[in-house]
Ligand binder design. Structure first.
Ligand SMILES: NC(=O)c1ccc[n+]([C@@H]2O[C@H](COP(=O)([O-])OP(=O)(O)OC[C@H]3O[C@@H](n4cnc5c(N)ncnc54)[C@H](OP(=O)(O)O)[C@@H]3O)[C@@H](O)[C@H]2O)c1
Length: 302
């Protein structure tokens, strides 16, 4: 099949491109940076250099594709430390660009990378932008089939805990405890997307993607063991302390508020309400596998 991927060689994009090329598909990877062309070609894919903000570029690139993978890249919108970035408007714009480019190019099969939390527009913090984009794409004519992939939190987010592990000897978040929650490896997301692409789907449907279910305290234990700190603790601070900490680090106000609200939804479980009603089979990569990768990078950094 002719497959076009947004998301460049990012967390999901790279393993996805590798897997699809290996399976014999003709793959085009979109990157916003010309210097990525050689890395994309080295994987056996074609490179299309342009941005998700450019509808004409997207339309031209999507033309002739049997299936297109759509994702919204936060880094392509702006820095979370820029107080002037309007992430809500930007997500709306990208959703509409994708809708227009899919309609104009005549593509009939779409896999959209959405997110946990996209089932609702309230109480999930910043994640409601994924709900918005899903709804924009649903406005496409009925003959465009769309698979909405809703991964849970990526293991990669655990890299963000590295700083306080190094400086304060613990993980510090505004939720914690022994209640298990789902986590996912981008490798399992790429595998799930490949599976969907190779089994043509009709209409509109949602697939949650998760790899493992572990509690905050189990994460501290597994990551702690991997880095030689078996007593590593996951400590909980208040929502307000988290918010003030982010604001004083100059994080964009909408991002900071959204983050605190998302963790509140993790704490009360509402973030996962729809996930547990549509629970997927867990993928292959487990937290213990990610912990080895974490330890390697932890040991290399100061
Ligand atoms: N982290 C989580 O826990 C989580 C959970 C659920 C859903 N999600 C969603 O997953 C998505 C992130 O996926 P990912 O981790 O695979 O992405 P990623 O690693 O952040 O990669 C996205 C790639 O997009 C490219 N890009 C940046 N700006 C662009 C632009 N203006 N136009 C076109 N391409 C651009 C960049 O590559 P180039 O530099 O080559 O352009 C970048 O490497 C987000 O939508 C996020 O909300 C994340």
């Amino acid at each position: 099949m002719n497959i076009v991927l947004t998301g460049s060689l990012g967390n999901i994009g790279k393993p996805l491109a590798i897997e699809l090329v290996q399976k014999g598909h003709s793959v085009t990877v979109i990157s916003s940076k010309a210097e990525k062309q050689k890395d994309i070609e080295a994987l056996g894919a074609k490179a299309a250099i342009g941005t998700m903000q450019d509808v004409d570029f997207l339309t031209k690139t999507f033309k002739g594709a049997d299936i297109v993978y759509l994702m919204e890249a936060w880094e392509g919108i702006g820095s979370i430390f820029d107080k002037d970035v309007d992430f809500v408007a930007a997500f709306n714009k990208i959703g509409n660009n994708y809708k227009q480019a899919i309609a104009q190019s005549g593509v009939l099969q779409v896999v959209h990378l959405s997110s946990i939390g996209a089932h609702t527009n309230t109480g999930t913090g910043s994640l409601f932008v994924h709900h918005t984009v899903e709804n924009i794409l649903k406005e496409l004519p009925e003959n465009v089939s769309i698979k909405f992939m809703r991964p849970v939190g990526f293991f990669n987010n655990i890299f963000r805990y590295m700083q306080t592990i190094k400086t304060k000897g613990k993980i510090i978040q505004s939720y914690g405890g022994d209640k298990k929650e789902p986590w996912v490896s981008p490798l399992d997301i790429a595998a799930a997307i490949t599976e969907e692409m190779e089994n043509p789907f009709n209409g509109r449907s949602v697939r949650y993607v998760a790899s493992d279910e572990v509690s905050p305290n189990e994460i501290a234990k597994i990551i702690g063991a991997a880095i030689g700190k078996p007593d590593l603790e996951w400590s909980v601070i208040s929502d307000d302390e988290t918010l003030q900490g982010m604001l004083s680090a100059d994080v964009n106000e909408w991002i900071a508020n959204g983050f605190v609200k998302m963790q509140a939804a993790q704490r009360d479980g509402s973030l996962y309400a729809d996930y547990y009603m549509n629970k997927p089979t867990l993928g292959k990569v487990k937290l213990v596998d990610f912990a080895k990768e974490f330890a390697k990078i932890y040991n290399q950094s100061n």
